[in-house]
Ligand binder design. Structure first.
Ligand code: FAD
Length: 422
């Protein structure tokens, strides 16, 4: 049998059921990743999909995936074009018997899978490893997904649902199909961020946070900090790109709790993974409607936009030093803390009066951990629309600066240096 593995947001060989399934049922295997040129074009909300930091993290992750496959006698074929068309053409040209792909809640991603299934019935195998739970495990039918995170979490916890156990790396992979050519991965070196894409670095960060430093034991107290590797797990970029399986992370956390310590902080890391999970299933259920939730607290017309104020926000030259520092960190590194995300989003929505979707689109361009469900879900939450629309969540930026950056070191670090160092 000829197999095709289409990598999308699952850039790993551990806990990749689509890959494992092809490994056990095919004689030859072709692994492909498609670069979509539309990622570098600006959208309706003024931002591209893929900014430089995000791009670098993605290329590093692809390079690492190629290395991992190569070590198992395989290779990663890179192509450019409309991903669905590229994959469909490959299927027609090479008559693959099995096409493996990992499900993803994004509307574009689901459309790709649905179209592929209808064009190549019986041949596409869709695996689910992007979430902790499978859809069948959820304690409700998807149309009945609870309207708030707390209800979702309680429903899951009451039923005692456990994340699916992750799969190991396959012992071997089928040989590549002869004659397949690949474009070189367009590696870029524009990077001052300390992040390194790929599954080795992702798993190393997980080990570091749990087993090497035991920082997880104090996570609940430290997670709200503004900056620094010591505050939170920093796993998001690897989780978002699928370099690290969320099930793997949960299983390691569980192992840590059984072998070392279980406390409020170790639970809190799981609690945050449940936030991630909630947004994934919300997007999965609502599809395109997820992006069109009506404002209830934000009574302004949805398309308010002030170009000058938006530029000041993006470039870090608003009237709020703490926002400026965070926006500069975002531009330079592609990552900011949850606290910073909340403050800059509150500034855009409530101080500058700009439609939250401009902010969300800029985050999409910049964040190396961009995840469509988490990003748009969190922006909506802060704008008081979408899930749990409990009115607007407006932060007093001066008070927040006094509380979270009392000595001004965060602001100083990001506003005084031309190229801040870690
Ligand atoms: P930790 O605090 O260590 O959390 C562990 C993991 O739990 C994270 O890696 C992430 O996968 C998940 N998580 C934590 N908080 C949340 C949350 N509020 N919502 C969903 N998942 C969560 N997170 C993304 O992964 N991608 C995004 O595009 C994204 N955009 C955001 C936009 C806004 C406006 C806000 C307020 C938050 C956003 N978040 C996003 C959520 C959160 O800020 C990041 O997941 C977190 O800061 C990443 O750092 P960490 O891995 O150290 O998190």
């Amino acid at each position: 049998q000829r197999g095709l593995m289409w990598f999308r947001h699952d850039l790993r060989i551990h806990d990749n059921p689509a890959l494992a399934n092809l490994a056990s049922s095919c004689d030859t295997l072709t692994c492909v990743f498609v670069i979509d040129p539309s990622w570098s074009r600006a959208d309706h909300f003024q931002s591209k999909h893929l900014g430089p930091q995000r791009e670098t993290f993605l290329w590093q992750s692809l390079t690492e995936l190629h290395r991992a496959l190569d070590a198992m006698g395989q290779k990663l074929i890179i192509r450019t074009g409309n991903p669905l068309e590229v994959v469909a053409n490959l299927c027609m040209d090479h008559e693959f018997d099995l096409i493996g792909v990992t499900d993803h809640p994004g509307t574009r991603e689901r459309h790709q899978v649905d179209t592929l299934v209808s064009r190549f019935p019986q041949r596409v195998v869709v695996s689910d490893a992007h979430t902790l739970f499978t859809q069948h495990q959820l304690p409700f039918d998807l149309p009945d997904i609870p309207p708030t995170f707390t209800q979702f979490r309680k429903a899951v916890e009451k039923k005692g649902i456990q994340p699916r156990l992750p799969l190991p790396v396959p012992e071997s992979l089928p040989a590549p199909l002869a004659g397949m050519t690949s474009e070189p991965a367009p590696l870029s070196d524009r990077r001052i961020s300390p992040y390194q894409g790929g599954e080795i670095a992702g798993r190393a960060q997980l080990n570091h946070f749990l087993w090497d430093t035991h920082r997880v034991q104090r996570y609940k107290e430290t997670r709200n900090g503004l900056d620094g590797w010591a505050f939170s797990s920093r796993l998001s970029a690897w989780l978002a790109n699928g370099c690290l399986s969320v099930r793997w992370a949960a299983a390691e956390l569980n192992r840590y709790e059984r072998n070392v310590e279980q406390n409020e902080s170790t639970y809190w890391l799981y609690f945050e993974l449940l936030w991630r999970e909630y947004f994934q299933w919300m997007l999965y259920h609502y599809g395109a409607r997820f992006f069109r939730f009506k404002g209830i607290a934000n009574k302004r017309p949805l398309t308010t936009f002030y170009a000058e104020a938006f530029m000041a926000w993006r470039e870090g030259s608003t009237d709020f030093p703490i926002v400026n520092a965070a926006m500069r960190q975002l531009k330079h590194t592609g990552w900011i803390s949850n606290r910073s995300r909340q403050l800059v989003a509150s500034c855009l929505i409530h101080e500058l009066g700009i439609d939250w979707r401009y902010g969300a689109a800029y985050f999409e361009q910049q964040l190396i951990d961009f995840d469509v469900a988490a990003n748009y879900g969190n922006w909506q939450y802060l704008a008081g629309v979408g899930a749990d629309p409990r009115g607007s969540r407006r932060f007093n930026l001066d008070k927040q600066a006094a509380q979270y950056d009392p000595d001004g070191s965060f602001v100083a670090k990001w506003l005084t240096n031309e190229e801040p160092l870690y």
